[in-house]
Design a protein around this ligand. Sequence first.
Ligand SMILES: Nc1ncnc2c1ncn2[C@@H]1O[C@H](COP(=O)(O)OP(=O)(O)O)[C@@H](O)[C@H]1O
Ligand SMILES: [Mg+2]
Length: 323
Amino acid sequence: MTALLDVQNLSLEFRSPGNPPIAALQDVSFTLDRGETLAVLGESGSGKSITAKAIMGILPKPASRITGGRIMFDGDDLLSLPAPRLRRVQGARIAMVFQDALSALNPVQTVSTQIAELYRVHRGMGKKQAHAAAVEMMRAVRIPDAAHRADDYPFQFSGGMRQRIMIAMALALDPDVLIADEPTTALDATVQAQILELLGEITERRRMALLMITHDLGVAGQLADRALVMYAGRVAESGPSGACSTAPRTRTPRASWARSRAPRTAAATCRRSRGCRPTSRGVRPAAASTRAAGTPPRSAARGCRSSIGSRPTGPPPATTRRR
Ligand SMILES: Nc1ncnc2c1ncn2[C@@H]1O[C@H](COP(=O)(O)OP(=O)(O)O)[C@@H](O)[C@H]1O
Ligand SMILES: [Mg+2]
């Protein structure tokens, strides 16, 4: 059986006048199935967000160009699907939660107007019905006193509540795939735990596929069934999330690993039964940070496949950093 989302050998470059093209993604491949959570890990600039944007069809144009590969969704290649059919997939059957809710939401529209707009455009609902559906969705993501808060503007909500509104918008059309691009990075630890819990619960209850982009191995371990580690636009490792997070083989996960060793209250929020150990699992193994770079730990054989061996030893493909 084919996977719901099947990204095959996706390659992408950025071009700017007078400069040689920059290969930002090279042969990126992974699959994602219904009810499954895949964590995409990797340091800043490794290509996580542009992979997500390619799937969503929101790459910066004309700066970027997909140079190869396929993005198969439910049997269709999104890279060759006609625009009207594409519109029924991107933003509807595949939805995305962005890192920075404040800049993703429209500051001059009430939150219910923004959620209701989706129901009006995609479901053809009237104003009243769409407003009621929006309030219902706000309740589903547990915004207290949703009926009264519906007419507030994004700036009137806390960071955590704004992220809930983003999640409500993403879930409004009941997508099959939810992409969350570092949805908790800007939040403090307690709120982060609540948002992760919400995402875990909702995606499990709706049997949704979740693509969780993060640079945090702790987050990946709590939520994901499988993990994929990106480095310099390539897939460096992939495998069960436990194996990847406990057996870092490249510099990228090892660096993330060191950061994830801080105690995490979010660990207590794990709701997933498969492959998730809701403890301070992010703190194993202490030896990882002291191991010589490039030396695979002995436990690396336990299922996390390295796609580029013990890379990176040589220079990575040329990429520019966007800060
Ligand atoms: N708008 C852009 N213009 C030019 N290059 C870009 C742009 N966005 C991303 N890139 C390139 O793609 C790389 C990966 O970016 P991104 O996917 O945003 O990284 P991250 O893994 O941090 O999400 C960057 O290092 C940069 O080289
Ligand atoms: Mg990013």
